[in-house]
Unconditional design. Structure first.
Lengths: 284, 408
């Protein structure tokens, strides 16, 4: 990095920085009339420190102020090194240093400098995960009925098709909510800590919103309960490959959730907050 | 030994006496603000669902999560509709103003407040592009990114001209007024305990506010030029440090993306690129994807090429020519990703980050073209009054020339 810095500066000496040149090349009201007189490339640098603009930089300072400048330089240099080092350790694989000083690194990074750049890495996702939902609806005449499955991811996919500017509501909202849910639940779909509870409420809100939009409850009906499942299908390997993968989808079925239990997640505020810190942000 | 000492002192002189990369910092300022602005405009119809108090990630959920991680968002201060709409409008306005480079430092802070307020409100709505903006909006605060291609530069130029004509510059009343209003806001949110979460953002807000006061007082009161020069030197050092961090961040992004890919079996067997093209969420043009992945050799070349470019990029910074070739390759790849994978804002953010490595000569020419295009446009409306066009010097030695027409 240092080398780039130096390299780029070498291409345009400090004398060419606009800050140093105004006295030499103050934009005049008249256009530069004579393109025949080539400005010597080095002249601004030579001309700048003359009469109008006093010389800047540490050289122009007395010792007292130079010490101040040196102090500032030291502080900034340390801050840059520490920050870059912390970010490096944050994105690096778990290693000796991160095992020993994980807490210090997390304290520095979270919440504002969190990042994840494993873009399609180590392997790109090779499955289409569709989130689907059905609802139990209380009908106007007092009965109940269960709707068919709504494939919300397929709706998203259709909205993205041929779209130059897909919205985050189509591309990220449901997809990441499901990732969040999976990351904060065990194999029996039991939530882990506060984040698990939050992810459940979040997912429920999304499917409720979608069911409302699809008018799933129908005339005079009301949503009573919803059930979410995921349908995972392997992406077929490219046609030149002789690899075989199953094309049978697998399902993960979640329990029925009551629509009215809106505030249920609030009760779990204290539980296991630190245990899963950042697990799902890691997924973005 | 002597040579070493000389090199050190030359380096110190360089990082203290000027804010390096004025064009590079200006172009990333414009790039990131434009990305965010376009994103906000595109999502305007969906703003309630994404960040509104009654969206799926509602106020209550956000409050609980932020209670645990302490991230900064003004949207958590109130759950009223009016407040939400105001913050959204504020985010749009600040990105326009920072894009134009009006009161750049202040706007960079307000831009950061806008970005963090919306993103941290609904952290699960974002993707890699949001992540890039999230980091860069913080780093931008520390740079002097309005030295060129900005209204600030134009204002400074006009003031210089006035001084050259011997006129006395009018005192700046708007700056202190803005400072006062923002200070009052800062004090009241601090007193109200709204900044009690993580320290990063409050420290930046207070730090910038106080240093602007110091800057102003020293500019007016100091009897010798030295305090003013010292502040200028400190500003340069901070700018150069932040620029280094921005470049390091870009390198870390590519290095992480590349080195983790090397470990993946699909990137090794040369089929990785095939898979994202088949995902429902990343295939807006199934026909195009089909075409791209119809040739195994083609897919393998793109797969390997991607990894090679990403892994190699940080090292090529040591060689200007190779760096520029790779930069062009990466910008092209991101432009392709924007369309093929349907990730326009991610790609824009990445291209903006890449732009910090563009060579100065190229950026100046870009500024020239923009100026000429502008000149051409205005000549279409009112007939010719600018005779400078024909034998324009190819690469102007004079840095002012490149942008004076662009901003003036």
């Amino acid at each position: 990095m240092d080398a780039y810095d130096a390299g780029s500066a070498a291409r345009h000496g400090p004398g060419e920085e606009p800050r140093d040149t105004p006295s030499a090349v103050a934009p005049s009201p008249a256009p530069p009339a004579s393109p025949t007189s080539p400005a010597p490339p080095a002249s601004p640098a030579a001309a700048a420190p003359s009469a109008l603009e006093p010389r800047t930089g540490v050289a122009a300072l007395s010792l007292r102020y130079q010490i101040g400048a040196a102090l500032a330089l030291a502080v900034v240099a340390i801050a840059v090194c520490v920050h870059t080092g912390m970010v490096f350790l944050h994105v690096a694989p778990p290693n000796t240093v991160t095992k020993q000083h994980g807490k210090a690194i997390d304290d520095w990074i979270y919440p504002e400098f969190e990042q994840n750049w494993k873009l399609f890495a180590p392997n790109p996702l090779q499955q289409n995960i569709a989130v689907q939902v059905r609802a139990q609806v209380g009908t106007a005449d007092g009965g109940t009925r269960t709707t068919g499955w709504y494939d919300l991811s397929a709706q998203d996919g259709r909205a993205i098709d041929g779209n130059l500017l897909p919205s985050h509501t189509q591309q990220n909202e449901l997809r990441r909510a499901w990732d969040f849910f999976v990351a904060t639940h065990d194999a029996q779909n039991r939530p882990v800590g506060l984040r698990g509870a939050l992810s459940e409420t979040y997912l429920r809100h999304i499917v409720e919103l979608r069911l409302d939009r699809a008018n799933a409850a129908g005339e005079g009906g009301a949503l009573e309960r919803v059930q979410v499942r995921s349908r995972t299908t392997n992406v077929r390997p490219p046609k030149w490959s002789d690899e075989q993968v199953s094309d049978k989808p697998t399902y993960r079925m979640l329990p029925w959730w009551s629509v009215s239990a809106d505030k249920a997640s609030k009760t779990d505020r204290a539980g296991g907050v630190g245990a899963v810190s950042g697990a799902e942000e890691g997924a973005r | 030994m002597n040579r070493f000492a000389l090199a050190i002192s030359a380096a110190i002189a360089r990082v203290t006496e000027s804010a390096l990369g004025p064009y590079q910092t200006a172009v990333i300022r414009i790039g990131f603000t434009a990305t965010w602005l376009l994103f906000l405009l595109r999502e305007f119809p969906h703003r309630q669902e994404l960040y509104g108090p009654d969206g799926p990630w509602d106020f209550d959920l956000a409050q609980q999560l932020i209670g645990t991680n302490g991230s900064f968002t003004a949207l958590i201060w109130s759950n009223s509709q009016f407040w939400f709409e105001s913050v959204y409008a504020f985010a749009v306005l600040t990105s326009v103003l920072l894009l134009l480079g009006w009161r750049t430092r202040t706007m960079s802070v307000l831009f950061m407040v806008g970005v963090l307020s919306l993103q941290n409100r609904s952290i699960f709505m974002g993707d890699g592009g949001d992540n890039v903006l999230h980091l860069m909006c913080v780093y931008l605060v520390f740079t002097r990114c309005g030295r060129v291609w900005s209204l600030d530069e134009r204002r400074a130029g006009l003031a210089r001209e006035a001084r050259a004509r011997g006129e006395r510059a009018r005192p700046d009343r708007l700056g202190p007024a803005l400072w006062g209003v923002l200070g009052a806001a800062l004090v009241s949110v601090t007193v109200a305990g709204r900044l009690d979460g993580d320290l990063t953002v409050p420290v930046i807000l207070w730090g910038v506010w106080l240093s602007q006061a110091v800057w102003w007082i020293v500019g007016r009161r100091a009897t010798t030029p030295e305090p003013r020069i010292l502040l200028d030197v400190v500003g340069n050092i901070v700018h150069n440090g932040a620029l280094l961090v921005i470049m390091a961040e870009a390198c870390l992004i590519y290095a992480t993306a590349g080195w983790y890919k090397i470990q993946g079996s699909r990137w090794q067997d040369g089929t990785a690129v095939h898979y994202p093209l088949q995902l429902d969420y990343f295939s807006p043009w199934p026909g195009l994807a089909e075409l791209l992945s119809s040739s195994g050799t083609m897919v393998m070349l793109i797969t390997y090429g991607t990894v090679i470019v990403q892994v190699a990029f940080p090292f090529t910074l040591f060689n200007r020519r190779v760096k520029n070739v790779l930069l062009a390759a990466m910008i092209t790849e991101h432009a392709v990703i924007a369309v093929v994978l349907g990730l326009p804002f991610f790609s824009l953010a990445m291209i903006a980050a890449d732009a910090v490595f563009l060579p100065t000569s190229f950026l100046r020419r870009l500024g020239d073209w923009a100026a000429r295009a502008r000149g051409g446009l205005s000549r279409l409306t009112k007939r010719g009054d600018d005779p400078t066009e024909l034998p324009a010097p190819r690469t102007p030695e004079n840095p002012e020339h490149a942008h004076v027409g662009f901003t003036a």
